[in-house]
Design a protein around this ligand. Structure first.
Ligand code: GLU
Length: 443
């Protein structure tokens, strides 16, 4: 079993393609197969080495490991060989229309209520016409002549599929500037690397019909791979997620404080109906099953991801986060705040609360109470029993209990309505800070 994840390095990795990467990886792990990484980088205008680097970083952060990466830009001779084979068998033909001419043709077909399928004009050019065009300096682009049949396959996720090839335009495989295009390079590579399962997004379903035809035209001795298309992700309201993908880049989520384990578990459970449980990838691999994915689109819900992230953070030891916490943050600090975070980045705020300056909200109505509180702060050293000593003394002096006692204290000391236990925060922030804040809030 050999699978591949084949991103085009034209932008950052986002939740949609990270999910495809994870599914391929877990599928390979589950069945003892090989997981290849390949960069589909033949488009010189849009592919960038820095995007490829960033994708490697993001996949590594998610916990994946792979064979490769292969880069299509380094395999151009393989595509040239495949192209000449197709030319010889009459399946690859030269075309000379400009983009404008093609657009006019498509518009004319649409006006007549016909599907805008390419009319194969290139195939009808005589040799003399072709030589005249070549002599005039016109460069051809190249199309693959599709068979006149319906391609059918059993998709491992979305079930039986049938696509009549005559409903499609012969695909362009090589551009006028000789750049080979994805439809073509992908299938050449899938053959050369003996890929057994192509697992990718549902947006590639039509490509699959074309690529199956190409696979056979290339005369491979290998059996056709199995295909699995994952239904696409939608946003919370069921709309297209693609518009928001910029903000759902993996590096953005990481910088915001989403943990790799939470993101991975969330993405691989999306669309399976299963509950996302925090678990390492190896555990997820043991029970991974492609057939658990639903045939309909899955909703990416940030709220669910945050809930899972919260659960992951609650169990993380200090050593796992130390290098991402603010300078100076201690283990005691981490153990105090980790139950109250949706995002790791929120630890920065709590560090500010215990080790920096905050401006508490003005609580004039509580002025006398807060002044009293400030005067009752015990002398240092403070430890975890200090809070009880302090609040018992304050309760005795003011007759307050419960919320009326604790709520103004929390607001004045932390600036927040809720958060980690004050008994643990108080010794971390120290007497001077606590006294200043109580007096400042009192006005
Ligand atoms: N480069 C393609 C993409 O990013 C790969 C699709 C495939 O897996 O074949 O969509």
């Amino acid at each position: 079993m050999r699978v591949r994840f084949a991103p085009s390095p034209t932008g950052p990795l986002h939740v949609g393609n990270a999910r495809v990467a994870l599914v391929n990886f877990l599928f390979a792990r589950r069945h003892g197969g090989v997981f290849f990484l390949r960069f589909d980088d033949t488009d010189p205008d849009r592919s960038r080495p820095e995007h490829a680097e960033a994708i490697l970083r993001d996949l590594g952060w998610l916990g994946l490991s792979w064979q490769g990466p292969e880069r299509q830009s380094e395999r151009l001779s393989a595509y040239e060989a495949a192209a000449s084979q197709l030319r010889q068998s009459g399946r690859l033909y030269a075309c000379y229309e400009t983009e404008d001419e093609l657009e006019r043709m498509r518009a004319a077909l649409r006006r007549r209520g016909r599907p805008p399928v390419y009319d194969r004009a290139g195939l009808r050019l005589t040799e003399a016409e072709q030589s005249r065009l070549d002599a005039a300096g016109r460069k051809p682009y190249w199309r693959f002549r599709l068979s006149e049949r319906t391609v059918a396959w059993h998709d491992l996720v979305i079930g039986e599929r049938r696509i009549p090839l005559p409903s499609l335009s012969d695909p362009v495989l090589i551009r006028e500037d000789a750049t080979p295009l994805y439809t073509f390079t992908s299938i050449v590579d899938d053959q050369d690397f003996a890929i057994t399962h192509v697992i990718r997004g549902e947006d590639h379903v039509t490509n699959t019909a074309v690529q199956i035809d190409l696979w056979e035209a290339l005369g491979a001795s290998l059996p056709l791979p199995s295909f699995a298309h994952l239904p696409l992700l939608t946003d919370e309201s069921g709309g297209k997620l693609s518009k928001r993908l910029g903000s759902l880049a993996i590096h953005t989520l990481r910088e915001d404080g989403i943990m790799a384990e939470a993101l991975a578990c969330y993405l691989v459970r999306l669309g399976t109906g299963g509950d996302p449980e925090p678990a390492p990838l190896e555990t997820l691999a043991q029970s991974f099953d492609l057939s658990s994915f639903s045939r309909s689109s899955a909703r990416f819900d940030m709220h669910q991801l945050l809930l899972l992230n919260r659960r992951v953070l609650q169990h993380l030891p200090f050593s796992a986060v130390a290098d991402r916490l603010p300078q100076g943050a201690t283990e005691e600090f981490w153990l105090t705040v980790r139950n109250n975070l949706d995002l790791l980045s929120e630890a920065r705020w709590w560090w500010q609360v215990v080790a920096g300056e905050i401006v508490p909200p003005p609580l004039e109505a509580e002025g006398a109470f807060l002044h009293k509180a400030a005067s009752l702060l015990p002398p240092e050293p403070w430890d975890c029993s200090t809070w009880k000593t302090f609040s018992d003394a304050l309760a005795a002096a003011t007759g307050r209990r419960g919320k009326s006692l604790f709520h103004p204290l929390r607001l004045a000391l932390t600036g927040e309505e809720d958060g980690p236990a004050l008994a643990r925060l108080l010794p971390l922030m120290g007497r001077a800070r606590a006294a200043t804040r109580l007096r400042q809030a009192a006005g």
